[in-house]
Design a protein around this ligand. Structure first.
Ligand code: ZN
Length: 247
């Protein structure tokens, strides 16, 4: 930790990549971990697959119930999210690239323009036909009022959370911002992500190619462990405050 803290101390810019593992202490389960949503119920993956979502009304109804019941609505940021706010105060934080859709970084107090949500946000909905974007709250009110699969009020199209499903392209501007943050740092900290999903995992390559040290904080092994400058297996809620505290 002291060694990693030294790298962060010496860095002008630190970019952080966060995945589901940073939010599990907030009560939001990850996807592929031992207690993961998809590990426990492989059929739940269909809810996040564009094809099945578009073609199967039953999948959409199940997706709306899952959104309504999502633990993120009552979740609070944890010590790891707060550590990144401390890192921001040090003036070294170049950006937080997050695969999470829960907005817990912003709730912890991270500056919204520093949070790059490569997989979108569950707090908005967007219409797959006309692209209209609206607060999730309003759609969930319609679900609560009995609509099992609320359609777009402007065009009748299919509504979906404003998140990136399997089979859906990332937003190019958002991903370009993530690439810029990865290319422009001295330390790239990958936290709570299995680094198995591309192109996001490739941000590690970009950072290393541009001379950054790669530090991985994750309970499970990742494909990048062998090339990382340091791999930390400690719980994220303890490891991140320790790293930032040592810097
Ligand atoms: Zn529409």
């Amino acid at each position: 930790m002291e060694r990693i803290g030294g790298w962060v101390r010496a860095a002008a810019n630190v970019t952080v990549l966060t995945g589901a593992g940073i939010s599990t202490d907030s009560g939001i389960p990850d996807f592929r971990g031992p207690q993961g949503v998809w590990t426990k119920d492989p059929s739940a993956e269909a809810l996040s697959t564009l094809d099945t979502y578009v073609n199967d009304p039953e999948v959409r109804k199940k997706a709306w119930r899952a959104r309504r019941d999502h633990p993120a609505w009552t979740a609070r940021p944890n010590a790891a999210h707060e550590a990144l706010v401390d890192l921001e105060r040090s003036g070294k934080l170049r950006g937080i690239v997050t695969q999470n859709i829960d907005e817990l970084h912003q709730r912890a107090g991270s500056r919204p323009d520093l949070v790059i949500e490569v997989h979108g946000t569950m707090r908005r909905v967007s219409c797959l036909s006309c692209g209209e974007n609206a607060p999730m709250e309003r759609a969930l009110e319609r679900v609560a009022a009995g609509e099992e699969d609320p359609a777009c009020r402007s065009c009748g199209g299919i509504l979906k959370s404003a998140t990136i499903s399997f089979g859906q392209a990332l937003d190019a501007d958002v991903f370009n911002a993530a690439v810029a943050a990865a290319a422009d740092c001295d330390v790239f900290l990958a936290v709570g992500t299995s680094l198995g999903v591309y192109p996001v995992a490739g941000l590690c390559d970009i950072a290393m190619d541009c001379g950054a040290r790669l530090v991985i904080v994750n309970a499970e092994p990742t494909p990048y462990d062998g090339r990382a400058d340091a791999v930390v297996r400690d719980p994220i809620g303890a490891a991140l405050p320790a790293i930032v505290g040592a810097a």
